[in-house]
Design a protein around this ligand. Structure first.
Ligand SMILES: Cc1cc2nc3c(=O)[nH]c(=O)nc-3n(C[C@H](O)[C@H](O)[C@H](O)COP(=O)(O)O)c2cc1C
Length: 369
């Protein structure tokens, strides 16, 4: 029975990786909203690009740049290679990374090596352990959370919320009551920060507020506009010829665009906010940081390079960081702290959404005037 479960989890993890690598699983009609955000160009930046300081301290950890590779994988051999490549690169660059849900290793300890390779290759980088909210509701508690953290000597535990993915899977867990209480229990019992993350559909101000009340140390918005888990499940159902109940197509573009989710969350809570979900350039990263994110995260853009190896991951991460540095030069910000003080203009649908929901956009626009 246990073996059967581990094979099932392994099969699903493998399907997810293959689908993400072979199909287009990005949002189709929806966007992150970053295209509606403008930073104000400075013709007189009055700084040296080479002197820009990208380092930042969040969760008591110093990052050489405000960037983490978001949780992706573990549990299968291919995942071990991917985690190893990402870990090697983030260690070299002084960044951070998450691993995928550790459920497979908790159920089946023989698979631990596919996750622990991350700590082995990255002894100093910020590493996030990962468990699913759906598992916490059903069966997991403090014991499993401690195990996940210990397995990686993790710097923090990320709990992922994926009601959209569960809802479009025929076999998904759609019992989602009582999770806040479970999160509160973990926050009290663990001696590392507990961070809650979405997986591509975003966090609302209402939920951010509840999460902060439950004591979480940070919120990763993982909004709409990048990887769509409805799309991944659409392809999985199609490949498994399980199309009777395929909700993935209709919900492909469901969620809160990353920009709206970031502003809603950052304006409502005091804990650090990680901006992720569809960030695809250092310009997106700069916009997110200017909108008060403490860190930025990318998943999908790193997956392909990670299959190729650590050097390819390092190259991609360096490119993103260079783009961020260049954006900071063009807005005259020589540190991450200064970037949070530059004017930001929110236009179009994002401005409509946030104004209708009662969020203040003038404060960003009038900075520096
Ligand atoms: C192949 C793949 C596997 C993922 N697995 C997990 C996971 O196990 N746990 C988790 O919290 N998020 C997982 N995610 C979600 C990412 O961490 C991230 O929130 C999401 O992909 C949005 O970021 P992106 O648009 O940059 O890909 C996964 C993403 C990808 C692409």
């Amino acid at each position: 029975m246990r073996k059967h479960l581990s094979e099932k989890i392994k099969g699903r993890k493998s399907d997810h990786l293959d689908i993400c690598l072979e199909e287009n699983v990005q949002a189709r009609r929806a966007t992150t909203g970053f295209e509606e955000i403008y930073l104000v160009h400075r013709a007189l930046p009055e700084i040296e690009r080479s002197q820009i300081n990208l380092s930042t301290t969040v969760f008591n950890h110093k990052f050489s740049a405000p960037l983490i590779v978001e949780a992706m994988t573990g549990g299968v051999d291919k995942a071990k290679k991917i985690n190893s490549a990402i870990a090697t690169a983030v260690e070299k660059l002084g960044l951070g990374m998450g691993v995928g849900s550790q459920r497979a290793a908790i159920e089946y300890p023989k698979l631990e090596h596919t996750f622990t390779v991350a700590r082995k290759k990255a002894p100093n980088a910020f590493i996030l352990a990962n468990l699913g909210g759906a598992q916490l509701i059903k069966e997991y508690g403090v014991k499993e959370a401690k195990k996940a953290v210990k397995m990686l000597q993790a710097d923090a535990l990320a709990i992922h919320l994926n009601p959209l993915q569960e809802a479009v899977q025929p076999e998904g867990d759609t019992s989602y009551t009582g999770l806040l209480k479970k999160i509160e229990d973990l926050v009290r019992a663990l001696d590392v920060p507990v961070i809650v993350k979405e997986t591509g559909a975003g966090i609302s101000a209402e939920d951010a507020e509840k999460l902060e009340e439950s004591g979480v140390a940070g919120i990763d918005v993982a909004g709409l506009g990048g990887t769509s888990w409805a799309a991944v499940e659409y392809y999985r159902a199609k490949r498994n010829k399980n199309e009777g109940h395929n909700l993935g197509e209709a919900f492909w573009d469901w969620g809160i665009p990353t920009v709206a989710s970031l502003i809603e969350t950052a304006q409502r809570v005091r804990v650090p906010v990680i901006a992720s979900g569809g960030l695809r350039s250092g310009i997106d990263m700069a916009k997110a940081l200017a909108l008060d994110a403490s860190l930025t995260g990318v998943a999908y853009p790193i997956l392909g390079p990670a299959v190729d190896g650590a050097e390819a991951v390092e190259k991609k991460l360096r490119l993103l960081i260079d783009e961020l540095r260049n954006t900071m030069f063009l807005v005259g910000a020589d540190s991450v702290q200064k970037l949070k003080k530059v004017p930001v203009i929110v236009t179009g649908k994002m401005a409509d959404w946030l104004a209708i929901r009662g969020f203040d956009l003038q404060t960003y626009a009038r900075r520096g005037l």
